[in-house]
Design a protein around this ligand. Structure first.
Ligand SMILES: Nc1ncnc2c1ncn2[C@@H]1O[C@H](COP(=O)(O)OP(=O)(O)O)[C@@H](O)[C@H]1O
Ligand SMILES: [Mg+2]
Length: 309
């Protein structure tokens, strides 16, 4: 205790790590049911300007429903949404966009056969009816450069880009609307290591621009790499909120699964009991490896999109 206190006293005045402290988004008591299924119950969530908030949870926890409430796809049954201190009602997707909420869904919604510029400006071509190709291309390059995006040319079809580059195009596309809040649903789920690093870099750029970012993720490493705060959902409810800098992955996993006893924490405690040298060999015994955070194919997963009432 005393060492922590003296360390804090000795440290320079903490620079605000998460933007300017202005709240972009605030949810209170958000509730949403589908028939008898309570997808969200009494959810609270705050996102500051220049802050990356990871929303994590097992399958069926309500993450996608929360994203869809914010994107105007679903309307909350109850609760309050405040943006920059103003009460708002997100009645449909265009209301979300007007409020400055941009959502990059997991499927990205890009047109494979169109090139990067065409995808960026689809639906908002400069001077309708008289496309100014040069302006659009210049703006595309400016935007991609601001994001430090590694895209070789903007005149190739999106189909020939890597997964990371597509994610970049999808994010760049939503920035054209000058949003205040960006919501990314599993932005690295389909990506390899290098592409994941590229997208995480890009999320850093979004933070630097002072945007609020909500990142839905299953991946603890990504969360640790880029998020300021983690909000855990479990069975449609808030189940913990942590500063990333000061929480262990085990605690997050425990909040996700609702149990402090799970494969990750068991392995970690074995490791700390037997010293660091045993780390590589301390595999959990076969047969009881629940690995709950990875159960990507749980029974609820396949049904959610097709059962809209
Ligand atoms: N359109 C829908 N119709 C009926 N039930 C749904 C619908 N969308 C989600 N659900 C249910 O709501 C719960 C939360 O789902 P979801 O938000 O997709 O969770 P997550 O994204 O965390 O996996 C699940 O029980 C799911 O089956
Ligand atoms: Mg989901």
């Amino acid at each position: 205790m005393s060492s922590a206190t003296s360390a804090a006293a000795a440290a320079p005045a903490p620079s605000p790590p998460a933007g300017n402290g202005e709240k972009v988004l605030s949810l209170r008591g958000i509730t949403k049911s589908f028939g008898s299924v309570s997808a969200l119950t009494d959810i609270n969530l705050d996102v500051g300007a220049g802050e990356v908030v990871a929303v994590v949870g097992d399958n069926g926890a309500g993450k996608s429903t929360l994203v869809k409430v914010l994107a105007g796809v679903h309307r909350a049954d109850d609760g309050e949404i405040t943006m920059n201190t103003k009460r708002v009602d997100i009645v449909d997707p265009s209301a979300a966009i007007d409020l400055g909420i941009a959502t990059v869904f997991q499927d990205l919604a890009l047109c494979e056969n169109l090139n990067v510029v065409e995808n960026l400006f689809l639906g908002r071509e400069i001077r309708p009816g008289r496309l100014n190709e040069v302006d659009m291309e210049v703006q595309s390059w400016q935007l991609l450069r601001q994001l430090s995006a590694r895209i070789p040319t903007v005149r190739i079809p999106v189909a020939s880009l890597s997964g990371g580059q597509r994610q970049t195009v999808a994010i760049a596309r939503c920035l054209l609307g000058e949003p205040k809040l960006i919501i990314l649903d599993e932005p690295t789920a389909a990506l390899g290591v290098a592409q994941t690093a590229e997208v995480l870099d890009l999320i850093e750029r979004l933070r630097e621009r002072g945007l609020g970012v909500v990142m839905v993720s299953h991946n603890m490493e990504d969360v640790r790499a880029v998020a300021d705060r983690v909000v855990v959902l479990r069975l449609g409810r808030n189940n913990g909120e942590f500063e990333v800098a000061s929480v262990s992955s085990e605690r997050i996993v425990a909040a996700i699964t609702g149990a402090s006893d799970n494969a990750v924490s068991r392995r970690s405690s074995r490791r700390s009991q037997s010293g660091p040298a045993a780390g590589n060999t301390a595999e959990p015994p076969p047969g009881n490896t629940a690995e709950p955070a990875r159960s990507a194919t749980s029974a609820t997963a396949g049904t959610e999109e097709n059962t809209a009432s």
